[in-house]
Design a protein around this ligand. Structure first.
Ligand code: F6R
Length: 604
């Protein structure tokens, strides 16, 4: 959670730091701040709210400097106030610190420091860090040594960057929270995520947990806590800055919804052979011969993609379970030598997922990360990684990454099935043929959807129920999650058969029901639709354009092109994304940055 950014160079870095922050705003927008270092010492400006008000208040003359760092916050300890905004400083105002993560032993450190006379001005865990550094400086250590000694005292997860008056360097470290370095001539960048500096450079260095880095103009030196050099290569990321821009769309979310055809083409590119076999470079045939059961661990939208994949595996006779990662971390399921644990995480940095993955690795299970971010913690810590190739997703609500996850997981399911059962699944031929044309079909849905016209009709309701069976069930859950996330209106997703076991009591003419039909078990779902219609609820049906029986039963019909039933959920989900988007737009919600949320949840 939170975004940190930093830059050192030979010219003034104020604009660069503010731009870096703006590019990271999706990680948190409760408060923001900047610190620079120039001949007049450390300058700090911070405030509650997003980056725009901060930028308009920063005095560029006073703040001009060649070293700067910035922070955009998603609150964990302390309310979103000016005082709790980062950077935090020590008693002398010579040390400025930005932090992403949680310092678990901050309470005891804070009492110790307060007892020794340090004055605290915020409620944050972070503020102990500048005071610890202050003590080490007072004890005679140089700034770099003082930084290391302070870090040695803290426990928890963190990415931390520090400015200390009297040096020409920025010091930083990471442990359990992301931090990546950018290299551009004499300039060096640091950030929680690559899009922060992507418009300046695509040359990056992924730091590992335990790395310490010293940035000066034209140089970065990476060491461990003892000062021993660490060799980390400079890599080139394939995303361009244009991938992270809005391109004329009103919101990133709408842009990313429209990027799905391209994202899906990338996801399958080179992964399906001419004779309809799955060809995953990372996993040649036989890679999963020893597997007999699959556990998926993930959160939120990624959990819905995992539920989807779980259905496909079970349909092929392979035991599979989809666990929410937060629960898996606290109530771990038994694993054996034959268990493959698949961590599905767009960002690759979600704390709940990483904790579960680490725990299960410690229990000797084989792990595989399915992620969008090359160089992410999940990709690096899992035994293997499979990339969904969706490109950067800036909108906090996941859209294109869900579709790409489902598609890549469907390919993985075919590889697993063939390895585990010794033969291709009965669905392989039809599924892979359908996958080839799926991107064009998504394009058609985007072109022809009438979801926008429903917004005014359904924005005002007591609640909405999303229902589906088989692969349409996770899509119903995802549709409801997206709806509540960006409209702030109540919505719930249910397995179609479950409504009558309780929630039906809530169904009235003021609770529209969105029913997703996959092309399998549709008659049963139609029975459930009749149950809600007889209670007066209006029904919006999402089904294949040829499903006349559905069209003639529901009040509003959102058609999708005919496809393999196991892929219909991807097309239906695009219609649901558009419904949520247009309702949220009508209600004038903060679509790209919904309240209380952040893109990457790096706390448990
Ligand atoms: C919802 C959403 C979240 C994420 C969840 C997991 O739109 O974006 O529910 O899906 O926080 O994030 P990742 O996939 O990065 O692990």
């Amino acid at each position: 959670m939170c975004g940190i950014t930093a830059c050192v160079g030979e010219d003034d870095v104020v604009d660069t730091v503010l731009t870096g922050l703006k590019n990271l705003e999706y990680r948190g927008y409760d408060s923001a701040g900047i610190a620079t270092l120039n001949g007049h010492g450390v300058r700090v400006h911070k405030r509650e709210g997003g980056i725009d008000p901060l930028s308009s208040e920063v005095d560029h003359v006073e703040f001009a400097g060649q070293l700067g760092l910035g922070h955009t916050r998603w609150s964990t300890h302390g309310a979103p106030t000016d005082e709790n905004a980062h950077p935090h400083t020590d008693c002398t105002g010579t040390v400025a610190v930005v932090h992403n993560g949680i310092i678990e032993n901050y309470a005891e450190l804070r009492s110790e420091l307060a007892a020794a006379g340090h004055l605290f001005t915020s409620e944050t865990d972070t503020e102990v860090v500048p005071h610890l550094i202050e003590d080490e400086l007072a004890a005679g250590y140089d700034p770099e040594a003082a930084f290391r000694r302070a870090i040695a005292r803290i426990e928890g997860s963190y990415a931390i960057a520090v400015l200390v008056d009297g040096t020409d360097a920025i010091f930083a470290t990471r442990q359990g929270s992301p931090l990546v370095l950018g290299v551009d001539g004499k300039r060096r960048f640091l950030a929680s995520d690559v899009p922060s500096f992507l418009e300046y450079t695509s040359r990056v260095v992924y730091l590992d947990d335990g790395d310490f880095v010293r940035l000066t103009p034209g140089e970065h030196v990476i060491t461990d806590i003892t000062g021993s050099p660490q060799n980390r290569p400079i890599e080139t990321v394939e995303w361009g800055s244009e991938d992270a821009e809005r391109d004329g769309y009103d919101h990133y979310m709408l842009k990313e919804i429209h990027e799905q055809p391209e994202a899906l083409r990338r996801a399958i590119n080179g992964r399906i052979t001419d004779d309809n076999r799955v060809d995953l470079e990372e996993f040649p045939p036989g890679s999963f011969d020893d597997v007999d059961e699959v556990h998926f661990i993930s959160c939120g939208t990624s959990h819905h993609a995992s539920m989807y994949a779980c259905q496909l595996l079970r349909d092929r006779g392979i035991p599979a379970h989809a666990f929410t990662a937060g629960e898996y971390a606290t109530t771990p399921a038994p694993v054996t030598d034959g268990t493959l644990v698949v961590a599905v995480t767009q960002s690759g940095e979600t704390a709940d997922t990483l904790t579960s993955m680490r725990d299960v690795k410690a229990r000797n299970a084989r792990t595989l990360a399915v992620t969008n971010v090359v160089g992410s913690t999940a990709a690096r810590e899992a035994d293997d990684a499979l990339f969904i190739r969706a490109g950067p997703e800036i909108g906090v609500a996941a859209t294109k990454t869900f579709s790409s996850q489902v598609i890549v997981l469907a390919l993985l399911v075919e590889r697993l099935t063939e390895d585990i059962t010794g033969e291709p699944s009965a669905e392989r031929e039809g599924l892979l043929s359908a996958l080839r044309v799926l991107p064009d079909q998504v394009e058609r849905v985007l072109r022809e959807s009438t979801a926008a016209s429903l917004a005014s009709q359904y924005a005002d309701a007591d609640g909405r129920f999303f229902i589906g069976r088989g692969v349409a069930f996770p899509v119903a859950c995802e549709g409801a999650l997206k709806f509540k996330e960006i409209t702030y209106e109540h919505a719930e997703g249910f397995a179609a058969g479950e409504l009558k076991h309780g929630p039906l009591a809530l169904v009235t003419p003021q609770t529209p029901v969105l029913a997703v039909f996959s092309g399998r078990h549709d008659t049963k779902t139609l029975n459930n639709v009749e149950e809600v219609r007889s209670r007066g609820a209006p029904v919006i049906g999402i089904a294949a354009e040829t499903a006349n029986h559905v069209e003639s039963t529901v009040d509003v019909f959102l058609p999708i092109p005919e496809t393999h039933p196991e892929l219909s959920g991807v097309l239906a989900n695009v219609q649901l994304q558009l419904v949520s988007y247009y309702v949220a737009d009508l209600l004038d919600r903060s679509i790209d940055k919904p309240r209380n949320l952040a893109k990457s949840v790096t706390v448990e």
